[in-house]
Design a protein around this ligand. Structure first.
Ligand code: CMP
Length: 219
């Protein structure tokens, strides 16, 4: 895929003029990760941000180094690894390829230089952070006010988008992490939805049969 075309869909890069874009990309690398390969680990020192060219990347938080939960999923055109650019407090979460993925790795120094010479560029990064904070607030509210059944229905609708037939490219464990519940609870809930005729599941292929009912359950 053409990098410039891919980046034109990302607001930070869209805001760069040609010379600045060339400077920001002067040290980039295209990197490949196998399924399950770690890109970086929570707490690591950070030197670069990433844009997904193809594939999918999970953003995971760990609990007492024993359990992991996926908080977000990055897909083609999504940017991640930007938080450490601002706070230098180490990676806030672990990033791992959910499937074979090609990424653009862009070191921080030319990005810092571009921002220092044109501080207006900060707007798009601040907008990205604000969007993520809103999503986190929504997830927190869902965790407080919706039960596992409600959260599962809501996630299924979100992952489906407009489509009734779709693929969720996640293991049951990963999906449970995104829903914020144990794998057992999520499995039971999905089985209930299947029995009730709301959805059909065939491996990772899903089909929504009764969207209205799912929407009611999702609150
Ligand atoms: P950074 O802290 O550098 O490395 C981990 C990255 O995961 C972080 O930057 C963000 O890009 C991303 N990230 C962390 N938390 C969230 C979240 N709640 N939603 C979406 N992305 C996140």
């Amino acid at each position: 895929m053409d990098i410039v075309e891919l980046l034109s869909g990302t607001s930070f890069f869209q805001a760069l003029d040609d010379d600045t874009l060339a400077a920001v990309l002067s040290q980039h690398r295209r990197v490949f990760y196998r399924r399950n390969q770690e890109i970086f680990h929570e707490g690591d020192q950070a030197h670069a941000l990433y844009v997904v060219i193809s594939g999918r990347v999970g953003i995971l938080k760990s609990f007492l180094d024993r359990k992991e939960s996926m908080v977000a999923m990055m897909e083609s055109g999504d940017l991640f690894g930007e938080m450490s650019l601002f706070d230098e407090a180490g990676r806030s979460a672990t990033a791992r390829a959910i499937e074979g993925s090609e990424l653009l790795e862009i070191p921080y120094p030319p990005i810092r230089q571009a921002i220092e010479s044109r501080p207006k560029l900060l707007w798009s990064l601040v907008q990205l952070l604000a969007r993520r904070l809103r999503q986190t607030d929504d997830a927190l509210t869902d965790a407080m006010f919706l039960d596992v059944t409600g959260r599962t229905a809501k996630r299924i609708i979100e992952l489906a988008g407009e489509a009734d037939e779709f693929v969720i490219p996640l293991t049951q464990e990963e999906l449970a992490g995104l829903i914020g519940a144990s794998r057992e609870r999520v499995n039971k809930t999905l089985a209930t939805f299947v029995r009730a005729g709301y959805i059909e599941i065939n491996d990772r292929n899903y089909r929504i049969k009764n969207r209205k009912q799912l929407e009611i359950i999702a609150g």
